[in-house]
Design a protein around this ligand. Structure first.
Ligand SMILES: Cc1ncc(C[n+]2csc(CCOP(=O)(O)OP(=O)(O)O)c2C)c(N)n1
Ligand SMILES: [Mg+2]
Length: 788
């Protein structure tokens, strides 16, 4: 359907305004704001110009309130300019672009205040996020929770070089498996990356790849001026020249201008009558306008392309653009960090009819009636409902999560048992849990849960082995009611899926409580995606097992050393490594509540679990113990008044700590054992308390670890032990100035039995005793663990 001319005129005027405002935002940040030095803006100017028209078409006309968009990181000024015109962004934030509390360099869900749907910045992640957000919408719909809400389209504005990121390809395959719908990716095909001009013919690779995955592909190459010129006598020869012009040359000519285009056209085509006349009928400026009129910069072409889609299959639009279009650096291969000089900006300002001092005025320099522009903005479908963030009620979590106890268990086994009990009950909590795993569902102990709750698929699909009565422990039935999302092995996909599931309350208005499982070392494979999930404030529980070197029989290649430190350092993620299953059940219950807390209080949860079977303590879980477990530590054995030594352990090495204490008890006084369930929570509590004390002088707020260590005599030594990097617990000595020997793993890849490896890495009972001896006065410890 052709775009009617009144709408077109307003849209084009607004697109020009968006280009101006985004460029002015960047210019202001570089040349006008005081103290600009630390905040110089590279990478935005040319990238933003490339998308100004396409984004204006989308936001001012095509998008509906239920649609959600991931914006290419460097187009953030365009996004903020559009929201400014809508009245959702303040001038102050634009003036402070990239500054403290100003509009963010890359669109941020959590830090920006103008309704960013998905945070971007690490290229590739936002793109894949839209795909998984669409799968999550399907999940919500299949479970009957969409009610009357219309389905949204999940849209990514993608840089052409961004397509190099492997996680995009991994996501494409996953989308195909799950019957992806309602997803649009708009590739800003400016044929430039950060460093250079991209390879010739890249679009063909994109086209065949997307078609291969059953996507619709729409190529928007020529703008309206170009198409009109092609229809003139000689136009066909011009089109052939454009199609054959190498990317580098086209970019260089766009930079050089109309005269350069004219010379090249004449040199290449020669004197051919009609085409020569076509060229010569145009001034240099007109010729440049014609040659810059690629599809992505033409409002009609983009609106027509978007509005031509009449199905819900995924679509890839390849929109031809020029990086930096309309600006003096357009097409230059070095323009990624390019900035306009003050002189260039003055010239451009004059050309735009913008008076000095009126740069931020919404409709300054436009000839259209401001009232008509304002009315158009107010009626834009996207803007109809104002802000589009939804909320969902909190799902109640029972006081205690049950599990069937056994005298000996591993935490991984315990995790399966807790979920199994949840699966049996018909509770709201159980119905909102959704599990997912990158091909390690069974080996991370989700099998029991999946047997009861089933796998999710939009269509029923029964387990053929079961139908054929072939014995199997697992029932692999798919249905639209299923609660487990099966994923391929790619861990990036796991974390982006968790990110999408964990934002459902805000995007779909329906809360999900996602649990993802994987092997602990492979957290590092998906780490950037996990970081971004946390940065977006998605809420999920990641359960990583097996972990450390304790997975001994799995071999050296699967060992994880750094993950406890990741657990401490990752913002937005509360990390735990319980030793016993009763602790785990408490932590999981706390976790489900933590995942739902608002107001900067809540976050996601990471459980580092083990496959090692340990003797379980027989004890009554008191509210005090419960609180200590979730705060990060408790005294498994309380130190006496003359305590010489404390052994602080985390996780599966509890057995070694307990064994060592038994042997050391004779020769050291009042020994204590500190069970650390969360080095992360302990450390976070400690730093928060110090900050509180600094900020509000005189307030004697003590953190949990300070209170725990307070009774220890000054010269008491602390031996810490963890199956992970020793720095995880080494800091305990700084809390009250105790000397510490930190045991753990620093080297990677040795295989063997657990005994072999604990001995090799110096974290068995004897190593703990050695460390204790070196820290404390007194004679040598007489009894040692016997070699097996
Ligand atoms: C994961 C990641 N690696 C590197 C970068 C640095 N970077 C930012 S933009 C960019 C190139 C982008 O090219 P393209 O996607 O074509 O966008 P354009 O510059 O054309 O707007 C790079 C390498 C990044 N932001 N994220
Ligand atoms: Mg590019």
């Amino acid at each position: 359907m052709p775009v009617e001319s009144a709408r077109l005129e307003l849209l084009s005027a607004l697109a020009r305004k968006v280009l101006w405002l985004s460029s002015w935002t960047i210019h202001h940040a570089n040349h006008i704001r005081p103290n600009v030095d630390g905040l110089k803006v590279g990478g935005h100017q040319a990238s933003s110009a490339s998308l100004a028209n396409i984004m204006s078409a989308l936001y001012f006309s095509v998008l509906k309130p239920e649609d959600r968009v991931a914006v290419k990181p460097h187009a953030s000024p365009v996004f903020h300019a559009i929201q400014y015109l809508f009245g959702h962004q303040t001038r102050q934030k634009l003036e402070d672009f990239r500054g403290f509390k100003g509009a963010q360099s890359y669109p941020s869900r959590t830090k920006d205040t103008d309704d960013v749907d998905f945070s971007t910045g690490s290229v590739g992640l936002g793109v894949a996020q839209t795909l998984f957000a669409s799968l999550v919408q399907d999940y919500v719909k299949s479970h009957g929770w969409m009610k009357d809400r219309p389905e949204g389209r999940m849209i990514a504005l993608v840089g052409d070089a961004e397509m190099d990121e492997g996680n995009i390809f991994e996501a494409l395959l996953e989308g195909w498996k799950h019957g992806l719908r309602n997803t649009w990716w708009v590739v800003d095909y400016n044929r430039q990356s950060l460093d250079a001009v991209v390879r010739e013919g890249l679009w063909e690779k994109f086209e065949s790849m997307f078609r291969n995955f059953r996507w619709d592909v729409v190529i928007v190459k020529y703008g309206r001026l170009m198409r009109a010129a092609f229809a003139e006598p000689g136009g066909e020869a011009l089109k052939i020249w454009i199609d054959n012009c190498p990317n580098q040359m086209y970019a260089a000519l766009c930079f050089q201008g109309g005269a350069a285009f004219r010379k090249h056209l004449h040199d290449d085509i020669g004197d051919q009558g009609s085409v020569t006349q076509l060229i010569d009928r145009r001034s240099d400026d007109e010729l440049l306008a014609l040659m810059s009129n690629l599809g992505g910069h033409d409002m009609v072409s983009m609106i027509d392309a978007f509005e031509s889609i009449d199905h819900d299959r995924p679509v890839c639009f390849i929109a031809y653009t020029i990086k930096g279009v309309g600006l003096p650096m357009q097409g230059h291969k070095d323009n990624h960090a390019g900035l306009m000089t003050v002189t260039q900006m003055e010239k451009w300002r004059a050309a735009q009819n913008i008076r000095p001092g009126h740069e931020w005025d919404k409709f300054e320099g436009l000839s259209q009636d401001p009232a008509a522009l304002e009315a158009f903005l107010a009626q834009a479908p996207f803007n109809r409902e104002g802000r589009r963030r939804l909320t969902a009620p909190v799902i109640e979590v029972p006081e205690r999560l049950a599990f069937k106890p056994a005298p000996q268990m591993s935490t991984q086994q315990g995790f399966g048992l807790v979920l199994n009990e949840l699966a049996r009950e018909n509770t709201e909590l159980a119905s909102r849990i959704v599990t997912t795993s990158p091909d390690v569902t069974v080996s991370t102990n989700l099998g029991g849960w999946v047997n009861r709750r089933g796998l999710f698929a939009k269509a029923e699909n029964h387990d053929l082995f079961r139908q054929e009565k072939i014995p199997s422990t697992f029932n692999w039935d798919y249905s639209p009611r299923g609660q487990h999302l099966e994923l391929g092995i790619a861990e990036m996909n796991l974390f982006i899926m968790l990110s999408a599931l964990g934002l459902s309350h805000s995007i779909n208005g329906e809360r999900l409580l996602p649990i993802g499982t994987l092997y602990d070392p492979f957290i590092q494979r998906g780490l950037d995606a996990m970081n971004y999930a946390c940065y977006q404030d998605a809420r999920f529980m990641v359960v990583a097992t097996p972990s450390g070197i304790t997975l001994a029989p799995e071999g050296g290649a699967h060992q994880s050393i750094a993950t406890p430190l990741i657990g401490i350092a990752q913002d937005g993620l509360a990390s735990f490594e319980p030793a016993f299953v009763d602790e785990l059940a408490i932590i999981m219950g706390w976790g489900f509540a933590h995942m739902q807390r608002e107001g900067g209080e809540g976050g996601s949860v990471y459980l580092r679990l083990s496959t090692r079977t340990l003797e379980q303590p027989q004890r009554i879980m008191t509210p005090e113990l419960e609180k200590n477990i979730t705060d990060g530590a408790y005294w498994l054995r309380r130190p006496g008044p003359n305590c010489d030594l404390v052994v602080a352990y985390t996780g599966a090495v509890a057995a070694e700590a307990i064994e060592a204490i038994g042997l050391v008890g004779e020769s050291r006084r009042d020994v204590g054992v500190l069970a650390v369930t969360s080095a992360d929570r302990l450390h976070g509590g400690w730093t928060a308390a110090r900050k509180l004390r600094r900020d509000r002088r005189g307030v004697a707020h003590l953190s949990h670890i300070e209170k725990l260590l307070a009774p220890l005599p000054r010269d008491c030594g602390i031996v810490t032990v963890i199956d992970g990097h020793p720095a995880t617990l080494g800091w305990l000595g700084s809390v009250r100035g105790h000397r510490v020997e930190a045991l753990g793993v620093e080297h990677f890849g040795q295989t063997g039995t657990i005994d072999d490896l604990y001995r090799h890495h110096g974290m068995d009972a004897n190593a703990i005793i050695d460390a204790a001896e070196s820290l404390t006065a007194g004679g040598p410890v007489r009894h040692r663990k016997m070699a097996v």
